[in-house]
Design a protein around this ligand. Structure first.
Ligand SMILES: NC(=O)C1=CN([C@@H]2O[C@H](COP(=O)(O)OP(=O)(O)OC[C@H]3O[C@@H](n4cnc5c(N)ncnc54)[C@H](O)[C@@H]3O)[C@@H](O)[C@H]2O)[C@@H](O)CC1
Ligand SMILES: [K+]
Length: 467
């Protein structure tokens, strides 16, 4: 669980925000007091009178830890600090000096029921020494409840790669803003429940965790065309196109058309099927005035006919969602092909498709932003951590989606939901964030062991929660 709609800052951006707060007259001591007090407020509730061990490192994360220890002791708890080395300067040293309770060395620390981790936060620059990582893991294993200050110690703040942080931490209190490590990669299995403490640092960013979208009811004047006509292009595996079409219908589109050479087979009666002869015919049809959005790729196939459908569709100046086989066909030429378009494009690659199209280095957020900038597309980089990035630098991240989503057809459903959002006029990362939220919520409502059709059935209820 991560807080929805919360800002996400890299380590550098957090430091810059902190500097800006200093420039406004907030002292570092004041910030550290606020951070420690915020963590202590939660810790005292979770501790429920049990003995507490507070781990304090040499930097400002350790400084926070001394403040937490002081508050918990004042609250009447039995608190022991285990220090990995005393802080030597600045606010952390002053907080250390204000600690009047017992202190032991990290290596001699006993296991206690409640563990507060203040060894390292955003300042980690290299993997934890093995001996520190081992002691830390042992203390976490022995505790009934572990709370990490800002980040579990031993995480790469900007990528979410673990640098020695153990599993088993129950909760992490992010200070001032989320960091990428709370929402990416190993962070998903290291942070536990993530809480966010507002410590009064003004934060400006275009990066946020996904929140429940606010969707609009159709108005009294609405009709099927005003609510978005979405064309889904069918291909070699017609079931995938039909699934996307049904998701677009249940996702709130006013009118959904399934377009293909032989759009046949079981489909809802409300789904309009349109036969086309060839790629030229497809392009003519998609260019029609009434069509608001095109979804292409689910079950498209990768043969020459599929390729010709893709090229013909790309030449049509309509908002377009590209998924599955369309992404494989674009391959390494994706950025150039998409950048040549005028109308907006959304692409929904999973990790394998993304790597084949864009490769790149750095965190998942960095790589997704680079792909968006190079292609001009809004990129929905799917996974346990779904990262959405727009060419304007906006980022939205969704975590915590049901692991049962890892089944065939769920990607087709997402493409259909996104098509419905785009068809209704939603734009950029907001359209994609709404789609991934609805998709994730439908999966929660479907419970365990569902299949993609059942996800579609849950969409109306998910939408109902957003009205
Ligand atoms: N940025 C902010 O807005 C605020 C930050 N605060 C705290 O400050 C933390 C960041 O403090 P610092 O920048 O001092 O960094 P840390 O306290 O995370 O750690 C820095 C220290 O650890 C050392 N170090 C780094 N990697 C190591 C490794 N693998 N093994 C051993 N030593 C290692 C560094 O050389 C440095 O001495 C945040 O996580 C947060 O807890 C809060 O006090 C208040 C506000
Ligand atoms: K920590």
């Amino acid at each position: 669980m991560i807080p929805p709609g919360a800002p996400i800052l890299t380590a550098d951006a957090m430091r810059a925000a902190e500097e800006a707060a200093f420039a406004r007259g907030i002292s570092q001591d004041e910030l550290m007091e606020r951070a420690g007090a915020a963590v202590a407020r939660e810790a005292v509730r979770f501790a429920m009178g049990r003995p507490v061990l507070v781990l304090a490192g040499p930097g400002n994360n350790g400084g926070d830890a001394y403040v937490v220890a002081r508050h918990l002791r004042q609250a009447g708890l039995d608190v022991l600090v285990a220090a990995s080395g005393a802080p030597r300067h600045g606010a952390a040293e002053r907080m250390h000096a204000r600690w009047e309770g017992p202190t032991t060395s990290l290596y001699g620390a006993p296991v206690r029921s409640v563990l507060i981790d203040g060894l390292f936060g955003t300042g980690v620059t290299r993997p934890l020494e093995r001996s520190i990582a081992a002691v830390f893991a042992e203390l976490v294993r022995g505790a009934d409840f572990t709370l990490a200050i800002d980040l579990p110690s031993g995480m790469d703040t900007d990528s979410g790669a673990e640098l020695g942080a153990p599993r088993g931490i129950d909760a992490t209190i992010a200070l001032g803003a989320l960091k990428p490590a709370h929402v990416l990669d190993d962070g998903l299995s290291r942070c536990g429940h993530v809480l966010l403490a507002d410590i009064g640092i003004p934060v400006e960013t275009g990066w946020y965790s996904v929140c429940r979208p606010a969707l609009e009811m159709p108005g009294p004047q609405s009709h099927k065309y005003s609510r978005g006509l979405v064309a889904i292009v069918e291909g070699a595996m017609p079931g995938a196109g039909r699934l996307a079409a049904r998701a677009a219908m249940a996702g709130g589109a006013g009118y959904v058309m399934l377009v293909g050479q032989t759009p046949v087979g079981p489909a809802p009666d409300a789904l309009v099927c349109r036969a086309i002869d060839d790629a030229d015919d497809l392009a003519d049809f998609l260019a029609g005035d009434r069509i608001d959005a095109v979804v292409l790729g689910p079950g498209l196939g990768r043969d020459r006919r599929a390729e010709s459908f893709l090229r013909a569709s790309l030449a049509v100046d309509k908002p377009m969602v590209l998924d599955g086989d369309a992404l494989s066909l674009l391959g390494t030429g994706a950025a150039a092909s998409l950048a040549a378009r005028e109308a907006p494009v959304w692409i929904t690659p999973h990790a394998g498709e993304f790597d084949r199209m864009f490769g790149g280095a750095g965190s998942k957020i960095d790589r997704t932003l680079e792909a968006a900038a190079a292609s001009g597309a809004t990129v929905v980089h799917k996974g346990g951590d779904t990262v959405i990035a727009g060419p304007d630098g906006s980022v939205r991240v969704l975590t915590g989606a049901s692991p049962w989503l890892s089944t065939a057809g769920t990607g087709d459903v997402l493409a259909g939901i996104l098509g419905a959002q785009v068809g209704q006029g939603s734009s950029g990362v907001d359209a994609a964030a709404a789609a991934v939220w609805l998709h994730g919520r439908a999966a929660q409502l479907a419970g365990p062991a569902f299949f993609a059709d059942q996800l579609v059935a849950e969409l109306p209820e998910a939408i109902g929660e957003c009205l």
